[in-house]
Design a binder for this molecule. Structure first.
Ligand code: ATP
Ligand code: MG
Length: 396
């Protein structure tokens, strides 16, 4: 019989009347990720999703990898279905778990019987199946307390399922169940991590990127698109808005005090992001900021950026050290793209001595000395948008 994927629901099980909506969204997300690989049957029984490939030529390992990045499951494992009799169950164990059983010295069998019409109790299944395994693999010993390998046998309605212990799945809530937020995506290490953390809570993510050609290169934009593509494996389909930011940066350079360049630039980024959020129905912004990481991320600096924000700003990396953010970037596989050496607009016209404790009043006075509104409107009108789907190879 064909191997299947078993996924255990996470926080969804705590949802009351809404639970069905969460389950439907999760099922839809799984199907979208898997459908390019072939046909699968997805069945939900209690708090478990059974995913069965409908043909032998499907890349099972790839399907498993994809599902393990879908938010909403706490545990995942591969299971081997077998007919509901001990000989068939043992045959399935022998056929699929021989390598694992050969490579350990101790094991135990755990049996769970949800089909109460099966003629043996769980204890009897454990004893019988354990005995059959010992006979075939005489080097093994049973250790019920600390076995090196645990073979799990579940007797369910349609079949018996043999599997090893579950491993951690992606956790979180299904993307699409918690609203929409727009991520300021820079091409650095932090912002993709921030977006993925918020997607994990079920939020649909869009990206917004500020580019300043010719100060920033085409390669820098491609890098951001590559990051967005990678993020879709967790976040699902993602729109990326690109804002032409050159004129605004030049206006800041020519009209504002140098020590406040970055702060004023960040306030204008927030302003433009909010207008795009409003237009495309995102309810909040996300940034990759972390307290104290750079001059524009001190608490005082964030007071001045938040002062222009009319919608919530999520900053999930706020309390993380750089190394902790890097660890997450490695895990999400965004790190190698993020360290490609292309200029971000933040590094254009950076002040030599940025103010780390700017007073809101001084920043407002400096910014109000120049009328940015026409340039803001021009930037918003010049925004382009591109949409990226998971597991599609885009040509850049
Ligand atoms: P990151 O690694 O995310 O680039 P960083 O440490 O380089 O972060 P900054 O450059 O100060 O920090 O930017 C702080 C946040 O501002 C970023 O995490 C991102 O959310 C946003 N940001 C910075 N530059 C851009 C940009 N060019 N386009 C969109 N958002 C940006
Ligand atoms: Mg950056």
């Amino acid at each position: 019989m064909q191997k299947i994927i078993l996924c255990k629901y996470g926080e969804i099980v705590l949802k009351g009347l809404n639970r069905q909506t969460f389950e439907q969204t999760l099922m839809r997300n799984v199907k979208r990720r898997l459908s390019p690989l072939g046909e699968f049957e997805c069945r939900q029984i209690q708090s478990t999703l059974f995913i069965e490939p409908k043909s032998d030529d499907i890349d099972f390992d790839e399907a498993f990898r994809r599902v393990s990045k879908v938010y909403g499951f706490t545990k995942i494992c591969t299971a081997i279905p077998a007919e509901k009799n001990l000989d068939a169950i043992f045959e399935a164990v022998e056929e699929n778990l021989s390598d694992e059983l050969e490579s350990v010295r101790t094991f135990k069998v755990v049996a769970k019987r949800s089909d109460k019409s099966f003629p043996m109790t769980s204890m009897e299944i454990m004893a019988e199946l354990g005995g059959m395994i010992l006979e075939k693999f005489p080097h093994l010993k049973v250790d019920v307390k600390h076995p090196e390998l645990t073979v799990i046998c579940e007797i369910r309605d349609r079949a018996a399922y043999i599997h090893l212990p579950d491993v951690d799945a992606a956790g979180g809530l299904p993307v699409g169940t918690s609203g929409r937020a727009l991520l300021l995506l820079s091409g650095g290490i932090d912002s993709p991590v921030a977006g993925i953390m918020i997607a994990k809570r079920g939020v649909v993510i869009g990206g917004i990127h500020f580019q300043s050609p010719p100060y920033t290169s085409e390669r820098a934009l491609i890098k951001v698109k590559k990051l967005a593509c990678k993020m879709t494996e967790y976040c699902g389909t993602m729109s990326v808005f690109v804002v032409p930011f050159t004129k605004i940066q030049e206006a800041i350079r020519d009209n504002c005090p140098e020590e406040l360049f970055t702060i004023i630039m960040r306030r204008l980024m927030m302003e433009i992001s909010q207008r795009i959020a409003e237009k495309y129905e995102y309810q909040a912004l996300i940034t990759g900021e972390s307290i104290g990481q750079v001059a524009s991320q001190t608490t005082a600096a964030m007071v001045t950026t938040d002062a222009v924000c009319r919608i919530p700003v999520f900053r999930p990396c706020i309390g993380l050290d750089k190394q902790e953010i890097i660890d997450r970037a490695y895990k999400a596989d965004t790190f190698d793209i993020s360290i490609e050496p292309y200029e971000d607009c933040c590094t254009v016209f950076t002040p030599k001595h940025p103010k780390t404790k700017p007073a809101l009043k001084d920043v407002e006075t400096a910014q109000n000395a120049f009328d940015f509104e026409p340039l803001i409107q021009e930037a918003v009108e010049g925004v382009t948008v591109e949409s990226f789907k998971p597991y599609v190879e885009y040509e850049f």
